[in-house]
Design a protein around this ligand. Structure first.
Ligand code: F6P
Length: 507
């Protein structure tokens, strides 16, 4: 065990019997907050003090975090199980010495021109009509990122453009969507890094069948674009070269919104807004690389969460954005964090003796308050929370329902009802939380926020000794799904429950 880890364990024992509210003095917020890139982070409502933060920073140093950061930005093969570099930062770079940069730049230019062509109403379908409807077919990282960005800035989508997403496979839903749009003016973007994802391929085939009926056997190709690593697979599928967009195996699906996986967002919001989103992330990359750990947003956010998980023993983490434009952020964050660090084997292949990524859930803060927050205030379980607020500039503080409520929640959760004789009204308090306050809801801040969490995940993976960039657990479910057929009811390798469910309900 690392020396600093032992120190932190001792610090945890000392502080656990205290109440966080009692740790406050006039300087606490000043000492336990950090601000940069339009994001202010308040750690003061966590059960910790400056000396614990110093030790957390020391732990990061002891784990050679700087070396790991440099290795990632140098394009080294840090995805050790799949023997790949991890270079999503390159997708938002302005320039780079890395050899991959040239292709990144070319593909970005291609996406920029394609998006502009559609926005200029110059892309025509097979029957000569202008394309005005885009359907993104993708799932996981090929869906959540573009969905988040478009939803955040949906007021900027021109009224003439209709944007839809197909991710889930539900035959009646798909039929309804395909019936409700004008296929002659629709472009489907088959967004799939691997180009083999079952759900995505199934939805693509449904779209192609519908298109063939409407625009003829060959015409469907004018209505399809593709984003994938394997160019040949796109060609074999029938996607015409001008509609093919490349990504690379060094981009994890959940880190890919910055690439042509974000094409639908480029089209919907325009190149300017999408490039500003990239710029915000790029600035966060610079901050992450250049700022001492004591002031480094991703490092501190990661380390304070590690404190809550590994030393304060919280295994549930709730994320609550208090701005409508961020309502999809919890979905995005769930994949980013849980698919990256939801692991129990370290990079040496050893089973870990400590907890890693917690269960994460969340939704819009105001909605959560009227749904599940009762449990958070009064249940027997303790929980760690992150609040993300964007104060309204258009109204005075008194009318800023979201921001006021956000502050009220974190305060109530920390203080509880100090009177333990309050019976059914008793709230134990001492629920730790971190509050992030964004300057504004701009493409730059959203880019910075997403990159902040990407880097937070990376920092945690280094401390826990995880490869954050594979996802073999997901693969296991996929393999089994493929093996389940009507015939498999005789296959004794499949468990009895599953076989019987297929026999009874599989049509
Ligand atoms: O859920 C597993 C996963 O591989 C994710 O990592 C990825 O974002 C998603 O499936 C979709 O994959 P693809 O882009 O290859 O279709």
């Amino acid at each position: 065990m690392k020396k600093t880890w032992r120190n932190l364990t001792a610090q945890a024992e000392l502080i656990s019997s205290k109440r966080t509210i009692d740790l406050f003095d006039d300087n606490r917020l000043e000492q336990l907050s950090v601000s940069s890139n339009g994001i202010f982070i308040d750690f003061s409502k966590n059960k910790l003090n400056s000396s614990i933060v110093d030790d957390l920073v020391a732990l990061a140093k002891e784990c050679e975090l700087s070396k790991a950061i440099n290795a990632m930005f140098a394009g080294e093969t840090i995805n050790c199980t799949e023997q790949r570099a991890v270079m999503h930062f390159l997708l938002r770079a302005e320039n780079s010495d890395l050899p991959e940069w040239k292709e990144v730049f070319e593909q970005r230019q291609k996406a920029i021109e394609f998006a502009q062509k559609i926005r200029n109403e110059n892309l025509l379908g097979a029957t000569g009509k202008v394309i005005d409807t885009i359907v993104n077919i993708g799932i996981g990282g090929s869906d959540l990122g573009p969905r988040l960005v478009i939803d955040a800035f949906k007021h900027h989508v021109p009224k003439v453009l209709n944007i839809h997403f197909m991710s889930d496979v539900d035959y009646s839903e798909s039929a309804q969507l395909l019936d409700s749009i004008n296929l002659e003016t629709t472009l489907f973007i088959l967004c799939s890094k691997s180009f083999t994802t079952w759900e995505t391929q199934t939805n693509a085939q449904l779209a192609i069948s519908a298109l063939k009926e409407k625009v003829g056997e060959a015409g469907w190709q004018r209505h399809f674009a593709g984003v994938a690593v394997d160019q040949q697979a796109m060609t074999d599928f029938g996607i015409i070269p001008e509609h093919q967009f490349l990504i690379w195996d060094w981009v994890g699906g959940r880190y890919s919104v910055w690439s042509s996986i974000g094409l639908v967002a480029r089209i919907a919001l325009g190149n300017d807004i999408f490039d500003r989103f990239l710029a915000g992330a790029r600035e966060m990359d610079q901050h992450f690389q250049q700022t001492p750990f004591e002031q480094n947003l991703p490092v501190l956010l990661a380390m304070v969460q590690i404190w809550n998980i590994n030393f304060m023993n919280h295994s549930v983490f709730i994320t609550l954005p208090y701005r409508h434009g961020l309502r999809l952020f919890p979905d995005y964050q769930q994949q980013l964090e849980m698919e990256s660090n939801g692991k129990s084997v370290d990079t040496n292949g050893d089973i870990m003796a400590y907890h890693t990524c917690p269960y994460i859930f969340g939704q819009l803060g105001l909605n959560a308050q009227h749904a599940f927050m009762q449990l958070v205030h009064q249940s027997t379980h303790n929980t760690y929370l992150e609040f993300i607020a964007v104060p309204e500039k258009a109204v005075p503080f008194e009318d800023d329902v979201a921001f006021r409520s956000c502050l009220a929640q974190s305060s109530a959760l920390m203080k509880g009802t100090l009177d333990i004789d309050s019976g059914a009204k008793h709230c134990p308090g001492d629920r730790p939380s971190t509050t992030l306050v964004l300057d504004e809801m701009s493409p730059e801040t959203l880019g910075g926020l997403v990159a902040l969490y990407e880097h937070k995940v990376f920092v945690q993976s280094v401390i826990w000794g995880i490869n954050a960039f594979d996802q073999f657990g997901v693969e296991l479910g996929k393999q089994i799904a493929k093996s389940l057929t009507k015939e498999s009811t005789d296959n004794t390798a499949i468990d009895g429950s599953t076989r019987e469910l297929i026999r009874r309900f599989g049509h």
